[in-house]
Design a protein around this ligand. Sequence first.
Ligand code: GDD
Length: 382
Amino acid sequence: MSKVALITGITGQDGAYLAEYLIKKGYIVHGIKRRSSMFNTDRIDHLYQDPHVENRNLILHYGDLTDSLNLTRIIGEIQPDEIYNLAAMSHVKVSFDTPEYTANADGLGVLRILEAVRLLNLIPKTRIYQASTSELYGLVQEVPQKETTPFYPRSPYAVAKLYGYWITVNYREAYKMHASNGILFNESPLRGETFVTRKVTRAVSRIALGMQKKVYMGNLSSKRDWGHAKDYVRAMYAILQQDEPSDYVIATGITTTIRDFLRMAFAEIGVEIIFKGENVNEVAVLNYIDEKVFIERVGEVYLDNFRKRIGDEVVGVDPQYFRPTEVDLLIGDATKARTRLGWEPKYDLASLIEDMMLNDIKLMKKESYLKEGGYEVLNYFE
Ligand code: GDD
């Protein structure tokens, strides 16, 4: 008999990678997605099966973490062996604009799932993974951050996730649930367009193709520990296969500034940028092109136009992207995951950026082609 998994947030980056991973392992995967007037299943369209197909291994349900009746009904109907709670309002900056909704979905949403499992008498059967986050460390109290590092959340998002973390621990201790937290550091590349890594790789691709002149960023000095979501979903799965539930940091142990991420993304297409000025007046200028690499990665037809842009400003700072309270530095220590789960990441930052850039150059070429055909290209950078 196949195992049954339920993934909330299946249409997000991690949900899509995890669904693919579990299906390959022979699971029947159920996913919860929110109703939207637009299609929002791009990331899992390659896995989608028509409801008329027999023995489907991917089944989608409408639902929302703010609706306990809906969650309880779905969990009761499918009786999952494993629940991965990946759904959340996950944008840190947006959480300052929608703090109440964020608390409801990201905080109370976790409680609703735990309570549903308890009330349905599924505690002996169902294991629960809660997507906790490195944002819990916020104003970091220790470097690097590990499972025992005290939390200091710095946004409504992180405060809501703090509740989610502790209610998971509490239900584990109170009701002997197999419920675990994965404290994940940032990951990419099916990333939403408004998170910094994806915003950069999209913008660099568009600048290379002549679709955009410049990108405006927020705080260039903050540092993040970026890994690949493909590596991280393996850790989620491994956490639920342990005999004992527990909490784990999942990270690469390397931290990089946003400024250096920009340098590396441009370097991927053979371009050197130089940063000048300070604070809101900081800019980056195109300094040099390695034409051989540019031709190989972007294409010869784009080179002449790009050459003319040497000396142009391609990065600027716009304070609207600053956060009222910032998380300056995150770097994780995943020793516990490495030793207990045998987990090792396969990607480093360079291979992650390469993967993202290749993907975005291809995607942006398609977008620019559609534009030439008369379609408007939406500019939805945030
Ligand atoms: N989004 C964004 N846009 N961030 C920018 C920009 C910009 O233009 N310029 C600088 N940054 C900085 C932010 O101020 C922050 O310090 C850093 O880049 C990373 O921002 P995000 O990519 O938005 O991610 P995050 O670290 O705030 O949160 C993400 O990762 C967490 C896991 O560590 C989210 O995915 C969270 O949901 C997740 O928990």
